[in-house]
Design a protein around this ligand. Sequence first.
Ligand code: GDP
Length: 479
Amino acid sequence: MGSSEQTPPADSMEETIAAIATPPGPGGIGIIRISGPLSLPIFEKLFRPRHKKSPAAYESRRMYYGWIMDPADSAPIDEVLAVFMRAPYTYTREDIVEIQCHGSYLVMQEILSAITGSGARLAEPGEFTKRAFLNGRLDLTQAEAVLELIEARTEVGLSMAIGQLQGRLYEKVSAIKEGLTALRAIIEVAIDFPDEETDILDSVTLREQIRTGVEEPLAALIARADEGKIFREGVSAVILGRPNVGKSSLLNTLLDEDRALVTPIPGTTRDTIEEFVNIKGMPVRIVDTAGIRHTNETVEELGIQRARAKLADADLVLFMLDATEPLTEEDLDLYNSLKQNRKKQKVLLVLNKTDLAPEASPEQYRAALGNEELVAVSAKVPSGIAELKDTVFSLITGREKGPGWDPGSAFVPNVRHKAALIKGLEACRRVEEGLKLDISPDLLAIDIQSALDHLGDIVGETTTEDVLDMIFERFCIGK
Ligand code: GDP
């Protein structure tokens, strides 16, 4: 602890940071990354190139082959390929060294401790990306896109992350900010020349300008955010139905076709009966209530309670029926309890086992159960699964059935962006209202500035330190 009072703050950019960049556990190759002013000196100390250079000057962005040696006893640690990248043309805009060693966690740890023993410190989660942001290589939406790209569960989520990483959202927000800045300039002139104020502030034109140039694009971005949430975070569905209608079979069929990737999030445990299915790019968390049935009565009671709790959170209920049997008391009881507890959930009737001789027509089941939308499937054959997915997709997104959604180069704001966009829009509406009421230009200028600040938060120009911390601590170490 002796020198702790001299330790610079954790985010000091003077420090050289290092981390293992590949996931823990054995792999073909492991990568260790160093960023900061000491990257090259540390590398020179630890690396023995296969071909001695004289003088030993490492060229930027050239791969070198050799050994990492333990500085304590000069013993070799591992055979590696390494590259030095000179600032500012690097991910962090600082000097970077990347060492590719064999993918053994022990080897990586040993190399890392040789590096930290030579003057670097361990990087915080997301610190490389945070430096890229603080050094101006990425705006904040792009830094967030890096995390989204790593965590994307479906191809649509990935596509959204790529668009954002390319700066699409940044460009859109910047264009809106430009419109506001132009407006502020006009208002500032009016403040400076109060006598001519009424000529300068042509209320009708300016209001039109703020409506079409600022408010409409902001509103369009806000509308997109909800859709983005569906594809980023996913939705949850419950398969409900009496025993033996085929709930587990359906879940298995869906999983066989398209399991969505799940990124393990530290500190969370997953319920064993929950799985992620990729439905046309939406990660859908499906809870199979069958897993908590088929047991003795007490456990069954418990199971029903848990199923109810899951139901309350679900976005969608797949209410399953057996086409080979008429509607039973149990079907009706379940449906009625669903109706009583129903909040915002969409309900889709799934008529299963249609590969066998039917007992009644789909219309008859519908008529008995509130005329909800119905899809006929066979979980076993399987058949009707594509129609089921199409219907789920359009129920949740409100989009047409048919081709899924490809956001391509679209900008899809996240929850944080949406909150700032709404505040920005509110401030713009106050400006518009103020122009109508002919209020003093000083007051208009305050609201314009407020709108600009909220938009500045999105791209990271005016974002506070604690918001930045919240964003970057969600990253993994080494990114
Ligand atoms: P759960 O209790 O609702 O989860 O029902 P299961 O998925 O365990 O299925 C009960 C039985 O119905 C099993 O024997 C399945 O093989 C059968 N089953 C499920 N779906 C179908 C289907 O679409 N067609 C046919 N013929 N049998 C099915």
